[in-house]
Design a protein around this ligand. Structure first.
Ligand code: HEM
Length: 519
């Protein structure tokens, strides 16, 4: 509704409408006529007829109980009949592309008045474009698909493909050659891990956990073995369509029988008599994007040990949905392979060399998860800071309670630590070859992921305490906190469980101990 059509009213005029059936309120200098809405109000009529509310300024009461987005819904927006003469609205909701002014809601490199040694002008322009894009095209779809559990809309996948975002999410490398990235904002040879960090963090900021994995999380982990270990014919056939968002791929390693223990896997691949095909039998469980994948990067037990093979959807391949703590938009699947025949040319890496194929991508996968985790924690900090300032208890804002401030202190410190450590690791990645990264950063990244996810879990628990009942309610004020708390365990499990990773980090450090070091 354009503001010029709205009436200019005084507070005295509004106050005359304070009865059932003739009920106005002021919220942030806007006048709403709730006369016909009163009986439909989800919070009941009584709350609206309170003498402190009916005909009065209900701004504080309103924001103690509703998110701003309620006022933006078309069915409620049209309840506005006027504005208070000579006053201006000061409160606003989420606006596309905006940098938040809430302290700690942005990493320091984006916050006004701070500096960074890592991010260039090009990164800054790139971030702006990414935020604009994700706010505009991804945010709404994430909300809708998380609610209906359907896979991310093809229109979003196509839009991302136009900008080559699917290719950029695979990190810097040869696969970017000749592509126009983000409408030409960054040249393929200039694209570095900080650009990729920006994509992952902007995406994590505007999406929800299940949707985040649904929007081709399977490709981020399932395609690298093809890119790095597939033969040229296979790559030419598979990669372009996957990076164009026309075909989907997933990584199928874990089984009901075994997860991290790859040697315990029971899916088998045996050669056909003529030696031209693999015949695959077995099952896979918890496979992200499996329900809609066209290709499966499958870990198999073979004569020589463990081998990774690319399987195409076809006869003998069946995928069924698994319901997990997040929505089915992620396409998490139970997969069965029943005498599936695959050309031996689909072998990724050496026969029996599957461990190397899988391990080689772990650092990158875990680092991506660290990017998302740091950003997720920051989102919770922003929600909590807003809530404790706008919510009043015993006549005072929640922020006046020392115990609440102390929880915020921990959350902020953890979010800042994760981001700062992450930026340092990212800088190292930019200056190391893939091999050096494997040597020098496996431990660092394992620690960072383990620290980030345990920080996230602590933050989730504290946020629920701060939001109370709303922190366990899927709609209304605490909806993001409820979602974060419900889905945080995914981060701590996927890509290596917390305890396993911490131990890996220490073992890496012990291996690097100088022989002559003594106290
Ligand atoms: C334009 C005016 C208003 C609209 C469109 C509106 C709409 C809604 C909606 C959609 C809900 C469901 C919860 C949610 O989605 O957040 C709700 C809940 C509620 N509303 Fe309103 N409301 C308005 C004004 C008010 C006012 C002025 C009060 C009085 C303080 C009030 C008190 C409540 C209460 C107590 C709840 C239940 C909150 C809960 O379950 O946590 N509402 N309202």
């Amino acid at each position: 509704m354009a503001s010029k059509q709205l009436r200019q009213l005084t507070r005295d005029e509004v106050d005359k409408h304070n009865q059932p059936g003739d009920l106005w309120v002021v919220i942030d200098a806007k006048v709403y006529d709730l006369s016909r809405f009163q009986d439909l109000h989800p919070g009941g009529v009584a709350a609206l007829l309170d003498p402190e509310v009916a005909g009065k300024d209900a701004t504080e009461a309103f924001f103690g109980l509703h998110r701003y987005e309620v006022l933006e819904k078309p069915q409620y927006k049209r309840l506005q009949v006027g504005v208070i003469e000579g006053e201006k609205s000061v409160i606003h909701g989420r606006s596309t592309g905006e940098i938040s002014k809430v302290p700690y809601a942005e990493p320091t490199w984006l916050a006004e008045g701070y500096h960074s040694p890592y991010f260039t002008e090009n990164h800054r322009r790139f971030q702006k474009a990414c935020r604009q894009f994700f706010d505009e095209y991804v945010y709404e779809d994430a909300q809708a698909r998380e609610a209906d559990g359907k896979r991310p809309s093809q229109s979003v996948i196509d839009k991302m493909a136009e900008l080559n975002l699917h290719a950029m999410r695979m990190g810097p490398g040869k696969h970017l050659k000749g592509r126009v990235l983000m409408g030409g904002l960054v040249k393929p040879e200039e694209f570095d891990y900080f650009h990729e960090l920006i994509i992952t963090q902007e995406f994590a900021r505007s999406s929800l956990r299940g949707y985040g994995d649904g929007l081709l999380g399977g490709k981020v982990i399932g395609l690298p073995p093809v890119l790095n270990f597939g033969n040229e014919e296979l790559k030419a056939r598979i990669v372009p369509d996957v990076l164009a968002g026309k075909k989907f791929i997933c990584l199928a390693i874990s089984e009901a029988h075994a997860g991290s223990d790859v040697m315990g896997l029971q899916t088998t691949a045996v050669k056909s008599e003529d030696g031209k095909e693999w015949i695959i039998n077995g099952s896979k469980k918890w496979i992200t994007n499996g329900t809609f994948a066209d290709y499966f990067t499958v870990g198999c037990k073979t004569e020589d040990g463990f081998t990774v093979i690319l399987v195409e959807r076809g006869p003998g391949v069946e995928t069924k949905q698994i319901k997990t703590s997040y929505s089915t938009t992620a396409g998490t699947a139970f997969i069965t392979f029943d005498n599936v025949r695959v050309p031996v040319g689909n072998t990724l890496g050496e026969e029996g060399g599957g461990i190397f194929v899988i391990l080689s991508n772990f650092n990158h996968e875990r680092w991506v998860m660290c990017c998302a985790s740091a950003r997720g924690q920051r989102g919770v900090v922003e929600e909590c800071l807003k809530w404790i300032t706008q919510r009043k208890v015993f006549g005072k804002p929640l922020s006046s309670q020392a115990v609440i401030r102390s929880k915020l202190a921990g959350m902020i410190a953890r979010a800042e630590s994760c981001q700062n450590w992450l930026e340092n690791v990212t800088y190292q990645m930019c200056n190391m070859s893939y091999k050096q990264q494997a040597n020098k950063l496996a431990g660092q990244i394992a620690f960072l992921k383990s620290f980030s996810t345990s920080s996230g879990q602590e933050t989730a628990r504290d946020a629920v305490q701060i939001f109370g009942g709303r922190g366990i309610t899927q709609t209304g004020m605490g909806k993001y906190i409820e979602h974060y708390h419900r889905t945080i365990a995914f981060d701590a499990l996927l890509g290596g469980a917390e305890d396993v990773l911490s131990d890996l980090g220490v073992r890496q450090a012990l291996r690097a101990m100088p022989r002559d070091a003594r106290l």
